[in-house]
Design a protein around this ligand. Structure first.
Ligand SMILES: [Zn+2]
Length: 357
């Protein structure tokens, strides 16, 4: 996890392409506006992303960390309440590292969950991961919540949300998604990526389709698996929105994935000291068609060279103590069926709108 340089270019892009508008803050938003609402909670370098459809179907991808007096679960519940939810229909656990599954017991103590989706038994045979997995199963049993193991190619069992599993437990979807499957030109001249043997490469990754907008979220999937997924043919097609894998840490986000997806906007769930590598920022900077990237945190490693301008950062630098508690601001993405979308920075209340293409 670390970073590099490029504020001027992003600032220029923001100046020429941005449509910023002041947004009301603090208002409870409902799903009744016909849009998909996506809440990127700040779980301090873990992942937790809540999708809420216009009909109120909800999917939470990952739950952040354990401990911290329920900090991450509290932030998730606050976002759920903001979305008008009293329960979460499904929680998808991408993999069994503590920054993704750790928050499950605290979450279940605070809000009902309909079912859990995951990649199957843990594969990284370390005491930490074994403990995470045991705590996960124990919490589900205590709360009598069903668990469903997903395989690549299967649709998530959520009425009203078109979401497809594309990676899970080291496997990738064997056929391209409908209507895509072109040869991927970004597979040429790739480095040889190391073979990842951790839970990261087991991540349960999904593609969400909402109207004309496609959103890709692959958890912490590493580049060796990205290449399997995207080469020699691009099995996913293009995506307007990319949830940057692995908190923007360098072992993920190969050009074979990022460039081929051709995202307009990338959203990075990094922490001040976790993720946000210069190599990843460089890939994003060079990605064709990328208009902006957004970050949950200023990346200390990225420094002035690589971090996006402040308006794209939910939580700013804390130079004296990067690990000090912050306000936990999030980012909110709203997607319309026609292909337009917008990102709101909870810290500033400002919204940037992206017109349909
Ligand atoms: Zn992670």
């Amino acid at each position: 996890m670390r970073m590099g340089m490029r504020m001027l270019i992003v600032a220029a892009l923001a100046g020429t392409m941005g449509l910023w508008a002041a947004a009301p803050t603090g208002a409870v938003r409902t799903a009744a506006d016909g849009k998909l609402h996506v809440y990127f909670m700040d779980v301090e370098g873990g992942q937790s992303t809540l999708f809420v459809t216009p009909t109120g179907t909800s999917l939470l991808v990952d739950t952040g960390w354990a401990d911290h007096n329920g900090r991450d679960a509290d932030r998730i519940v606050a976002a759920a309440h903001k979305a008008g939810l009293k329960r979460i229909d499904a929680v998808l656990v991408t993999h069994f590292h503590d920054d993704h599954v750790g928050g499950v017991p605290q979450l279940l103590a605070r809000i009902p969950v309909g079912e859990f989706l995951d990649h199957g038994p843990y594969r990284e045979l370390t005491p930490d991961v074994a403990g995470n997995y045991a705590a996960y199963l124990k919490a589900l049993a205590e709360h009598h919540v069903r668990r469903i193991v997903m395989k690549p190619g299967e649709k998530l069992p959520l009425p009203g949300l078109d979401a497809t599993a594309v990676t899970a437990d080291w496997k990738v979807i064997d056929h391209p998604l409908p209507g895509v499957g072109e040869k991927n030109p970004y597979c040429a001249n790739l480095p040889s990526y190391p073979h990842d043997t951790t839970e990261n490469s087991r991540s349960l990754g999904i593609v969400i389709q909402f109207g004309r907008v496609r959103i890709v979220d692959l958890g912490d999937l590493t580049s060796d698996k990205e290449v399997e997924l995207m080469c020699p043919v691009n099995r996913l097609g293009t995506a307007q929105i990319l949830v940057v894998s692995h908190h923007g840490w360098y072992p993920s986000s190969s050009p074979a994935l990022v460039d081929a997806l051709h995202p307009r906007v990338a959203i990075m769930d990094n922490g001040a000291l976790k993720g946000g590598s210069p190599a990843t920022f460089k890939t994003l900077k060079n990605s064709p068609g990328l208009e902006n990237w957004w970050q949950l945190h200023y990346s200390v490693e990225g420094g002035a060279t690589w971090n996006a301008p402040d308006e794209f950062l939910a939580n700013l630098d804390k130079p004296k103590d990067p690990q000090a508690p912050d306000a936990g601001y999030g980012l909110e993405l709203t997607v319309s069926q026609d292909g337009s979308f917008a990102v709101t920075n909870d810290r500033t209340g400002a919204t940037k709108r992206y017109a349909a293409r």
